[in-house]
Design a binder for this molecule. Structure first.
Ligand code: SAH
Ligand code: F3S
Length: 457
């Protein structure tokens, strides 16, 4: 059997696409290998969101050049966002590459690989293509969590962002296609799905008949076997009261919202073309917090956007302190080719970006720790998803607000179940806990097929 070595960079959508590619190539009899040296086909699924992401790919391609010299029959392919953005230019910098293809061509990976092998010359495939829902998956026995892409592309054109260029127009998959995929996953043992889209809360408005994410969540909620539903990424511009209520009312939808702020300064938000002000963002957060008390919030921030002054930056710090996020992802602004912001004057020096990045992370860590400590002494339902990395005698899982909790399960086989855990201590990156209620030692757990059954709380 030919062997495939697949390297994935970037976001969850890329992870999803990689699974798809592995599944499709499995039909062509490729089996996955973790060792590049023994592969017949090496695919790099790339990210172009920041310059650093692209640098990583070129440096990996540099290492693979030596391998290609030793074994010229190995086929090397570059797929994903960087392939779409740089197209044939990748071959100029990395002539060892045999195949370049964008996300729209993922479904044809088998055919492209064969063509590249037969051609003896590099192939570049970056055309637009109709949207098709493909669900091929490699075998992952025991997989409890899965991503499900519900829409592709983005047409918001935030001035810093390459996604509209690399991922194309906004297109939703019809609800039936999404439901069929989730049912299949549930039947294979998956307990948690994360619905993916660049602006996932704009889901469905391009479909006929039009629908929305709230309606989709309600439908997925009915699928037996699924315990939890997450979704990401929401855009403040498209956040509706209907969706906020769905987070409260649809039982399997977790109390967690990732809502990128990017900046707390109105001037910067305007130049970013984000379509909201800081006050509007805070209004939305207030509505969310009021409707879903205790909800966990996270955000993306960009520091050092062109023209960002110290005062602008302080406004971002202020919003972080006010919202009290569970988690903050801060990025230094990176100039992306073809974007409006790349051409703006007043680019901010690297050392200023570094300083702001450090400061915002410090503030974020402080509020995040406060949020963690607030969980101490509380019992939370935990979806058990593995053994603790540090102590294999312990189990690990996640709360609905996506916090990692490690706890001693006293030898019980709880994998894949939801159990109540008392949070005993908040550590910097995880929580410590102990089994509570029905799952605690001494309590008589109801068992079925060797599994402890504790209902989702
Ligand atoms: N669809 C999402 C964003 C996807 S990109 C949304 O609606 O916000 C993920 C994150 O990368 C963005 O939220 C942004 O914070 C960051 N990012 C995007 N382009 C960037 C750039 N040029 N430089 C630095 N960070 C960037
Ligand atoms: Fe990018 Fe803005 Fe869309 S950040 S993915 S253009 S919403």
């Amino acid at each position: 059997m030919p062997k495939l070595h697949l390297i994935t960079y970037g976001c969850q959508m890329n992870e999803y696409d990689s699974e798809l590619v592995a599944g499709l190539l499995k039909r062509e009899r490729y089996e996955l290998t973790l060792v590049a040296e023994e592969a017949d086909l090496i695919l790099l699924n790339t990210c172009a969101i920041r310059e650093k992401a692209e640098d990583k790919v070129f440096s990996r391609l540099g290492q693979l050049r030596t391998l290609k010299q030793q074994r010229p029959e190995i086929l090397i392919g570059v797929m994903g966002c960087m392939a779409q953005l740089r197209q044939g230019k990748i071959l100029e910098r990395a002539p060892q590459v045999d195949l370049v293809f964008g996300s729209a061509a993922v479904g044809r990976v088998g055919e492209l690989v064969e063509r590249a092998r037969a051609a003896g010359a590099p192939i570049v495939e970056v055309r637009e293509a109709p949207l098709v829902k493909l669900t091929a998956k490699p075998d992952r026995p025991g997989q409890l969590k899965a991503f499900v892409t519900v829409m592709e592309g983005c047409e918001k054109f935030c001035t810093f962002c390459v996604v509209p260029v690399t991922r194309g127009r906004e297109r939703s998959h019809p609800p039936e296609a999404v439901l069929a995929e989730v049912r299949e996953l549930a039947a294979a043992g998956v307990r948690e799905v994360t619905l993916l889209g660049q602006t996932v809360n704009a889901y469905g408005r391009d479909l006929t008949p039009a629908t929305d994410l709230a309606a989709l969540l309600t439908l997925i909620d009915e699928i037996e076997g699924i315990e939890r539903i997450r979704f990401t990424t929401s855009n403040p511009y498209n956040l509706t009261t209907r969706l906020i209520r769905a987070i409260r009312d649809v039982p399997k939808v977790v109390e967690y919202l990732h809502l990128p702020l990017q900046s707390g300064s109105d001037e910067v938000l305007k130049r970013m073309n984000r379509g909201y002000t800081a006050a509007r963002y805070l209004e939305l957060i207030a509505e969310v917090a009021e409707t879903v008390p205790g909800i966990a919030l996270s955000t993306d921030l960009i520091v050092g956007f062109p023209g960002e002054t110290d005062q602008d930056f302080e406004r971002t710090v202020d919003v972080v302190a006010r919202v009290r996020y569970d988690n903050v992802f801060a990025f230094r602004y990176s100039r992306r080719p073809g974007t409006v912001a790349a051409e703006m004057s007043d680019q901010v020096p690297d050392e200023v970006k570094a300083g702001r990045n450090a400061r915002i992370l410090e503030v974020a860590a402080r509020v995040g720790a406060e949020r963690s400590r607030a969980l101490e002494g509380r019992v939370r339902p935990v979806l058990v998803d593995g053994r603790s990395r540090k102590d294999p005698g312990e189990l690990t899982g996640r709360t609905r607000c996506n916090r990692v909790v490690n706890f001693d399960a006293h030898g019980l086989d709880l994998l894949g179940t939801v159990v109540p855990v008392l949070v005993t201590r908040a550590l910097p990156h995880s929580l410590r806990g102990e089994l509570a209620g029905a799952g605690a030692p001494g309590a008589a757990p109801a068992t079925s097929q060797g599994r402890v059954l504790v209902a989702a709380v």
